[in-house]
Design a binder for this molecule. Structure first.
Ligand code: ATP
Ligand code: MG
Length: 273
């Protein structure tokens, strides 16, 4: 039941688009997924057709958890269709950034809040805000993996660089089980020199952490978001649908590989100790 934060310190990097469509591809392959909208912009919620802020949402339950009151995150879960559910955001989440600062065990509030429901899903995805604040830190503390979508340009690469510093601190001080699942290039065009250069540089530094599957620029992805649905319901024959389907396949393979890797490490430790 891995929890995956979709995060990078750069706006408009495809975090929300990747959260929705990777999760939708996994659900279509029979997995049970939950999406958590941890961004006060509530783009994920809106992109799934949730226009009004529901009475129970991530903020209302986080607030209770912060105050030490009885919280029930299951009340905030909306089932979009079987196997595909979301915990919506609200604009008040922006206030949570500040409210969380003064709370006891402030980095662990989200993790404590969702703990009772984690076992109900095959995958939980957290769509993070682009800023590194208390919400992103809470998401990273609650997660097993972080997945970073980015455009193949120079500035997003800087976003990766500054995000990695925070990632390392969280890993060292707050959540030792967190690991980097990888980078996904979005709006990718192999004819663009800058795109291939950025991919090459990432591969040089992070080696096999760069997903082979790339997401090409595809207007249908933006249109699906506008229509309040995922790419498979909107246009399953589009390049966007093909690319996210491939990404989901590689995502599953990678998780399996990481599991074997962990086991091997344990085996190795057993031998040398
Ligand atoms: N592969 C793609 N092709 C075309 N448009 C895309 C693609 N991926 C994302 N978009 C569009 O780019 C915009 C930014 O994407 P998205 O909202 O997913 O980024 P984000 O990282 O979540 O942004 P924010 O930091 O504001 O939360 C959206 O309008 C989205 O529809
Ligand atoms: Mg977003």
């Amino acid at each position: 039941m891995p929890i995956i934060s979709i995060a990078i310190q750069k706006g408009g990097s495809g975090k929300t688009t990747t959260t929705i469509n990777l999760a939708a591809a996994l659900q279509r392959s029979g997995k049970k997924v939950l999406l958590i909208d941890a961004d006060p912009q509530a783009n994920l919620s809106q992109s799934l057709g949730i226009e009004d802020e529901p009475e129970h949402n991530l903020y209302t339950e986080l607030k209770k958890e912060m105050l030490g009151e009885e919280s029930d995150i299951s009340k905030a879960i909306l089932e979009i269709r079987p196997g595909f559910s979301v915990i919506p955001a609200s604009i008040e989440l922006a206030g949570a950034e500040i409210e969380l600062v003064g709370v006891y065990s402030r980095e662990h509030i989200l993790s404590a809040l969702i703990e009772p429901i984690v076992a109900d899903y095959d995958f939980i995805f957290i769509d993070c805000p682009h800023a590194i604040g208390m919400l992103t830190i809470n998401a990273l503390v609650a997660s097993d993996y972080v997945l970073m979508p980015l455009q193949g340009e120079f500035l997003p690469l800087k976003g990766v660089h500054s995000f990695m510093r925070h990632y390392e601190i969280v890993r060292k001080k707050l959540n030792k089980k967190l690991s980097l699942l990888g980078f996904v290039l979005i709006k990718y065009d192999e004819r663009k020199l800058m795109n291939t250069r950025v991919k090459d540089s990432l591969e040089k530094v992070f080696e096999n952490k760069v997903f082979k599957s790339v997401i090409r620029t595809n207007i249908q992805l933006a249109k699906a978001q506008e229509a309040g649905t995922d790419i498979f319901l909107f246009d399953k024959y589009s390049n966007g649908a093909t690319d996210y389907r491939n990404l989901a396949e590689e995502f599953l393979n990678r998780l399996e590989l990481q599991d074997t890797f962990k086991e091997n490490v344990q085996e190795l430790e057993a031998v040398v100790s």
